[in-house]
Design a protein around this ligand. Structure first.
Ligand code: CA
Length: 243
């Protein structure tokens, strides 16, 4: 298996996964699938137990159900975001929940709609972990492309600004990659939506705005004095041309 790049990557990362799901048969399926793939799942049937596990363990990722006996996953995701830099994958039961995960910026890294196959879920877990793995951009893989202060490694789906790697969700990454490809060019919301969303028809303008907002917050964290995304009223967004 040493020549399997996936195994190679995964061997370096923390494999503990917190599974927050109150329906035991579903939780059992998830725990079994994760264990089969070499992860170390910790199951919590309620938010209280999930908090205790997060306080005691360093987990690499959280799989989070929405409807739980002592609260809801949306609020808990916000709570996690204030305390831990851990990626979150939502398990959603209804299309209304999917809309909230996608439309409202909760900081979720991905979601899987019930019913899902264990294989689909573990594939998402691996993909999110690959993205969030904090490997310096220039190490391994192909050389990232550089445009002014931006460094974009498309092989690893990673973007760095002024040397600071950004921890981006899938749609944030795709949106920013579009802007980085042409600094100075103004993209309409419609263009950005088509570039960043698999199903742009389901997204709304404010979804682009919401993602621009979270991107700006992440860029502020990386470079507090810079504000590289420019708003063009009635037109869209561009990246400031910097050298
Ligand atoms: Ca539930």
């Amino acid at each position: 298996m040493a020549d399997d790049p996936e195994t190679e990557v995964m061997s370096h990362v923390n494999r503990a996964i917190l599974v927050v799901e109150d329906e035991k048969p579903i939780a059992d399926t998830i725990v079994y699938a994760l264990r089969t793939e070499g992860f170390v799942p910790h199951w919590a049937a309620a938010l209280g137990a999930a908090r205790a596990i997060l306080a005691a363990e360093t987990v690499a990722l959280v799989i989070l159900d929405v409807g739980l006996p002592d609260g809801n996953g949306f609020d808990f995701c916000r709570e996690i975001r204030t305390k831990y830099p851990v990626p979150v994958i939502f398990l959603t039961a209804r299309s209304g929940e999917v809309d909230r995960v996608v439309g409202l910026e909760l900081g979720a890294d991905d979601y899987v709609a019930k019913p899902f196959s264990p294989r689909e879920l573990t594939a998402r877990v691996r993909a999110v972990l690959r993205r969030s793995e904090s490997v310096p951009l220039a190490v391994g893989g192909k050389t990232p492309s550089v445009a002014g202060p931006w460094s974009h490694d498309s092989a690893k789906c990673r973007i760095a600004y002024r040397g600071a790697p950004l921890d981006l969700t899938r749609n944030e990454y795709r949106l920013l990659a579009t802007l980085v490809a042409a600094p100075g060019r103004v993209f309409s919301r419609d263009q950005l939506m088509h570039a960043a969303w698999d199903d742009p028809g389901a997204a709304m303008d404010r979804t682009v705005d919401a993602h621009i907002k979270t991107l700006r917050a992440k860029l502020r964290a990386a470079a507090p004095e810079a504000d590289p995304i420019e708003t063009h009223r009635g037109m869209g967004y561009s990246l400031r041309e910097e050298t």
